[in-house]
Design a protein around this ligand. Sequence first.
Ligand code: ADP
Ligand code: MG
Length: 201
Amino acid sequence: MAHPKTERTLVLIKPDGIQRSLIGEIIGRYERAGLKLVGLKMCVPTKEHIEKHYTLDPAWRQVTGEKTIKGYESKGLTPPSRDPIEITARILAGLKKYLSCGPVVALALQGAHSVAIVRKITGGTEPLTSDVGTIRGDFVLDSYQMSDTDGRAVRNLVHASGSVKEAEAELAHWFTKEELMNYRLIGEQILYDVNLDGLLE
Ligand code: ADP
Ligand code: MG
């Protein structure tokens, strides 16, 4: 089995993250947790590329629709539809517009439990309820109610892979093998070395 420190995940800084001049802040939050940047690029994705990205996981439509319905109900609000698939059809149309409206930055991050650590630092999908201290909780203020009323995607600054399997598929969708770096970061020694010898002179 591969060592946990080799786990990789995908982050996209969405167009609102770029426009808010948060690229450095966002990358810094992941870096300072000990994660290693192993891939980095800026591009304007096509609508086809975005649709593929969100439908790589066949369960995404159902799960995201259900999450939205729960988000409404937990606030005592009525969801726009009771059908999760109908909800995600609208969300996907909004996402294609949102993510192709300007440049995005794609990041590949590596480190132990990188998928879960990145999700924790990123925060929950809806900025209204994402925890303070997370990227989505600290830097933006959107809600399902506002975005659905306005007929657009929730603006939450970043995308982060939801599982190890999703991360593998998404990394292959955004990066070629050659674009992903294999290198040693000096700071990794204090995170992963078993013996910690060689520190004292
Ligand atoms: P996450 O990005 O946290 O993994 P999902 O995979 O469930 O969230 O949804 C993908 C993206 O779709 C979200 O980041 C958000 O931009 C948008 N989105 C999700 N639910 C809604 C909704 N109910 N209305 C509008 N946009 C949504
Ligand atoms: Mg997701």
